[in-house]
Design a protein around this ligand. Sequence first.
Ligand code: ZN
Length: 396
Amino acid sequence: MSDTSDAKHSVLEHAVKNCAYYKDYGGKQWDTLPHINKSIVNKNPNDFISSEKPDKHITKTSTSGTSGEVLNIFWGKSEYVKSLMTLWQQRIKYGIYPADKFCTAHAFFDSHFIGYNSLVQINRQKNCLSFNKIFLDDKYLKFYCGEIEKFQPKWLFLQPSIALRLCQYYKQSKTQPPQSVEFIELSGETLTAGIREQLRETFNDAPMANHYGAQEFNCIAYECRCGNMHVNSDNVHIDIDPGENNRFYVTNLMNYTMPLIKYSLGDMAESILPGDSCGCGNKSPMLVLKKGRETDKINIDGAIYDCSLFYYLIDKLNILYDNLFLQFYVEQKKDKFAIYLLPKNKEYAIEIDKIEENVQKTLSAMGIHLNKLRVSISEKLPLSNSGKLNYFKVVK
Ligand SMILES: [Zn+2]
């Protein structure tokens, strides 16, 4: 396991000296330090900003407001660059360098941007083409795919549901993606086995890597060629609390301008394993993320369940239906549950009654009874305002 203890203590020492929030924590044991999160920092953001800034040039990043709360994070410019370099070290292992051409997707909400320019953009360095992920109907996909073909990217950086939409379009329009694509990086949502399979089929077995990151930290963990998510130990330190449902806390080892120590992102881990056992040679610990977010809780007759319950139900269905379902979306309205399943292809012969029956069977084996459960097949799952697929939604 690579040792981040010197680095984390050095961040703490700096924070104790220079940040109001940490001034009383000098000499305290690491384990006794308080846990923080977005809301705690947002109450008094200035308490987290260091009076001693290592770099007078400041960069600001903001967390997306999917939870309705935006947090601004301030970094010294050189700290930010150093943090990004640790991400590039991971990409370089796949033969991807900063100057290489890539495609990604963006979302705009400002009406000023609606129009041609908001659909496809190319950056100033001319190595990034971004298409608008809010508009994903066939006519837009046709346009995007034409632009991607002209651009000839070496790699793609996408969230799984958008990558899947591209695969679907290539398949149904019987067109080929550009042969130039050598690598795909996925981030921002859970990457299911079904989506991996679609990507492999569409992109000629191009290597792919799952990237777990956040605006507060940049890259937290990155998948190696052996399929393990190694903690990006030069950039972050991770503490896991088995007593708290395996909630884990991230410490930014690069940012001394606004030190974030033992910060919860609301994600949980199945486990964190020592890295020595991985064949790729990376000795950093391996993080196995729990599917779904901590905030996604299901309330059934007053009993609270983790939303990973739905992943379990879909996994069970996929065993029966030969991995037919790629993604799902669940809506809860009081005691009514609607499960929408996105199938791999249109040529399926399934009876909804049978699926509902199977879901109910799995649930009752767990002692859960949902009287009002409806399953439907959907060829398009709803994305949130920020263009992400939230697997679970409670409708008030
Ligand atoms: Zn590895």
